[in-house]
Design a protein around this ligand. Structure first.
Ligand SMILES: [Zn+2]
Ligand SMILES: [Zn+2]
Length: 254
């Protein structure tokens, strides 16, 4: 799988884009940053969007991707996610008030977007990739995903604080070649991190012990950029042989 990091921040500022990962050019994982990171032609290649949850920094660019793709595609873009997540997108973003309902535009028979709720239990296959998921510890319904091809796999934590099931999924996967894990706040803000369902480097360290996979690289995303220097210093102290703090714009082959 080719993985392109379109955004790796927990918010937006010049040079810092909200979280999105493009898989093999056509499967978009979360929609925090699409419309300003990809050309229109690249956007038109996206057949499937998979959401971890419906917080704005993970779905906002679904609004502009849909708008940009009016008249650009023959088939709808399939928007995948757990049913409660898609229900929130429908109710709060693409609700014909905040933004148009692009599942009915330009017309109901050939819309730009099509909702595809995930079944209660996985795995499913999307864009040729086998995908499994587990709910994480975040204030709204959120899942993390495991992506598998015949040879390789990677884990994506989604937004989460201290949790269990997603680490078991990764720990037991023999093909695991990497894990993308969120860390948002520095250690001195642990109370805020727990309240908002995010991690600090100290909480991350406890999750890495549960994942128990020192054989794979770990990529950190979702940093709040006002704490970036502190986070870098504290993440350097986390004992893992291959830990990288993402900047956005990286491409990996997994
Ligand atoms: Zn969130
Ligand atoms: Zn977030």
């Amino acid at each position: 799988m080719q993985l392109r990091v379109l955004g790796s921040s927990g918010s937006r500022a010049p040079g810092f884009h909200a979280s999105s990962l493009l898989i093999d050019q056509r499967l978009l994982l979360d929609a925090g940053t699409v419309s300003i990171a990809l050309s229109l032609d690249e956007q038109a290649l996206i057949d499937d969007v998979l959401l971890t949850h419906a917080h704005l920094d993970h779905m906002v660019d679904l609004a502009f991707l849909a708008d940009n793709m009016l008249g650009m595609r023959q088939q709808p873009i399939r928007v995948w996610g757990p049913q409660p997540v898609l229900a929130m997108v429908e109710e709060h973003l693409l609700n014909n008030r905040v933004w148009p309902d692009f599942t009915r535009l330009p017309d109901q028979d050939r819309p730009v977007l099509q909702y595809c709720p995930l079944p209660l239990q996985g795995p499913v296959e999307i864009a040729g990739v086998k995908i499994s998921w587990e709910q994480t510890n975040h204030p709204v319904y959120t899942v993390g995903y495991l992506f598998e091809t015949a040879e390789n796999a990677f884990l994506y934590s989604g937004d989460t604080c201290d949790t269990e099931a997603i680490w078991k999924l990764g720990r037991e996967c023999d093909k695991l070649r990497g894990a993308f894990i969120e860390t948002s706040f520095p250690n001195r803000l642990e109370t805020l991190a727990i309240k908002s369902g995010h991690m600090t480097p100290a909480i991350l360290e406890r999750q890495l012990a549960k994942l128990d996979r020192n054989d794979i690289p770990v990529y950190i995303f979702h940093m709040k950029q006002q704490y970036l220097a502190e986070l870098h210093a504290e993440l350097l102290q986390v004992p893992h042989p291959c830990l990288t703090v993402l900047q956005g714009g990286e491409t990996y082959e997994i």
